[in-house]
Design a protein around this ligand. Structure first.
Ligand code: ADP
Length: 257
């Protein structure tokens, strides 16, 4: 529990730092980009300076993309929390996941027939699933089974650190390389990666962690070197979205834009 708390504090601090820097940095980038564009206009197209200025613009665009990523990570983007059927969101991701994982990964999605309501940003949980699935794929270079399972824990005692109550359980299981115990302490740290430069940012699991925490949940990992890894996400079950909002409205507002 203590390490969970420490992790949350670390993430909070890093998020604030990253968010602050990214914000200021973005302003500076717009200035550089703006003046580079203006300078481009005064330079003949075949002059070598035109090439230099184009390079500056490219650099600015890349840096801007990176700061956007940092801003998202630091949660400057306000989470759009909605009560969603998590099963429906998962099913909606299958089409995206299959081509991304490739033919050697045997994806099986096990989702109950009934709705599983949770209050969370649908885009963020979809992205979290993507991050977990990509990691599982990378842990199985020769291919293998990848199971995404959704269930509910009702009347069960949740892991320490979670309030008693009903939870949605989302697990992502692979039969890949697995991880030694001492590594498990660090995988949720921002920028922790074992992947070669350019292939890993180390932000994937940090993002998953932040998303789950924000929704009042918890993520647990179980891994055995040489055998595989299972990530389990606990998310508080929400009451179904009621018809209230719709019936509260006078009927003529339903067609308003
Ligand atoms: P990245 O994927 O960019 O490296 P992550 O935060 O998503 O960043 O993951 C951090 C590290 O955790 C990975 O580099 C990898 O070493 C390890 N890891 C994550 N998921 C798995 C998995 N399913 N199996 C084995 N190792 C994993």
């Amino acid at each position: 529990l203590e390490s969970q708390l420490l992790q949350a504090q670390k993430m909070e601090a890093l998020g604030q730092l990253a968010g602050g820097i990214a914000h200021d940095f973005n302003n500076i980038l717009s200035v550089i980009g703006g003046y580079a564009s203006m300078a481009q206009q005064g330079v003949p197209r075949d002059a070598p300076q035109a090439g230099y200025l184009a390079k500056i613009r490219q650099g600015v665009d890349r840096a801007a993309a990176l700061t956007r990523e940092l801003l998202t990570f630091s949660r400057q983007k306000v989470a759009r929390t909605e009560v969603i059927d998590l099963g429906a969101v998962l099913r909606g991701q299958e089409f995206l996941l299959k081509p991304l994982l490739g033919a050697t990964i045997d994806l099986s999605l096990r989702v109950p027939n009934h709705a599983v309501w949770v209050a969370i940003d649908p885009d963020m949980i979809a992205q979290a699933l993507l991050n977990l699935a990509i990691n599982a794929r990378d842990a199985m270079p020769g291919g293998g089974p990848l199971t995404v399972r959704l269930g509910v824990a009702q009347g069960e005692v949740p892991p320490p650190g979670l309030e008693p109550g009903d939870y949605a359980l989302l697990s992502v299981t692979d039969q890949g390389t697995g991880m030694p115990v001492d590594m498990l302490d660090r995988i949720f740290d921002p920028f922790f990666t074992t992947k070669p430069p350019g292939q890993g940012t180390g932000l994937g699991l940090a993002m998953v962690y932040g998303t789950v925490k924000q929704a009042g949940g918890m993520i647990l990992v179980n891994s055995q070197p040489g055998r595989g890894t299972c990530f389990t996400i606990w998310l508080p079950l929400s009451t179904p979205p009621t018809e209230q909002r719709r019936t509260d409205l006078p009927s003529n507002t339903q067609t308003a834009p």
